[in-house]
Design a protein around this ligand. Sequence first.
Ligand SMILES: [Zn+2]
Length: 477
Amino acid sequence: MTLSLHNTLTRRVEPFQPLVPPRVTLYTCGPTVWNYAHIGNFRTFLFEDLLRRHLEFSGYEVFHIMNLTDVDDRTIKAAAAAGKRLAEHTAPFVEAFFEDSEYLRIRPAHVYPRATESVPAMVALVERLLERGVAYKGEDGSVYFAIGKFPGYGRLSNLDRRELKVGARVASDEYKKDDPRDFALWKKAEPIDEQVGAAWDAPFGRGRPGWHLECSAMSLDEVRRRFAVETLDIHAGGVDLIFPHHEDEIAQSEAATGCPFARYWLHGEFLNVRGTKMSKRFGNFLTARDLRDQGVNAAAVRPLVWQTHYRQPLDLNDEALEGARQGVKRLGELHERLRERGRSDSAGPAGTEVLAGLSRDVARDVAAALDDDLNAPQAVATVFDFVRAANRELDRAAGGAATALATFERIMGVLDVLPTPRALTPEFRRWIEEQLAARERARKTKDFEEADRIRVELRARDVELEDTPSGTKWRVL
Ligand SMILES: [Zn+2]
């Protein structure tokens, strides 16, 4: 079976065919670094991580581009409110984004172009659109895209053109543009932009890029320079980006290049945080670092996300998280068993090869599930069937464990859901002792909130504490 993906552009699951196989250029809309990324954003990034890993597992050479939106309306407002320059305000959120991605085991993109460092590419794209007569300077000094001159507008989001017009007319008086639907490519510099350092000179006037323009300019610039093409194989993002963000990206890009902007458009559904238990127990449960700070192991977050198809809304709740944690524990136990048995297998006589056969079946079935528009729930179910069957076989007979181990680890390379074994290095031991001492001090001064926080922090690193009459004991799980 070959890989098929749901293309938002055609609303169908289609066989995947990159422009120049085995190369796949993948562009994923990155975070807007005005604040910490929401866990819902990370659901999208996790779906994109699975897509990337499955493509690589299938033999494609993926070049993954993810932008950082470090200048837009929100970053400028947030920087101004904090009394900071734009770069000063966004820097810690960029750092936090990378930390959170690493915590969730998201494979890093090959490049992370930043909007503020890509202004020349944006200016060039606006000039190209002005030359082609599909952009114009409005009375207010901003540059707009003329939607009326791009017949394909609305194709991705499937919006009725009249509907678009009626919907937008309400706000039309505010705009100094020819058609109320036209969107800004380049916004004339306002005092607040100058204040935070978010204004650049351009032949068509001092200003700053519109958000939609940023993604088009950065993605096209990367693939043009590296591969001499102006078409992406896959463009992915959250469903909330389909309109207007991705619709506008298509309009700007295709009007400028005359080439299809992206061959496949993939969109991940929302994540909902529901259930009273969850909100009570976890309180402020909004960002990836909240999860980490609450002692949630990333190895459990990933299978929780895989258990719902990326085109279905995902509910995050206590029960689901606990279920995922237990599942991950079973995966870790099987992994350990296979490792031990694999060692004795290679030394002893070859017994039954049933286990090796089971592992080949699961590898085939997981690949087939993911080939079917990334059916991760099916892939995960297949893996757990294998866990049961493999444990039965390990109880029953010897043989085949070395093969099964290698295959199991290859599958785990795609899903990446094994609990991390923690090596008890001298540094780690010292860090644990320091945390315990700090917890003791907090308890003596009756700062139980701090004591609890430290316990949670230790727990996140798989260190379990037990308070006994003779003092606190700890062990690494
Ligand atoms: Zn984008």
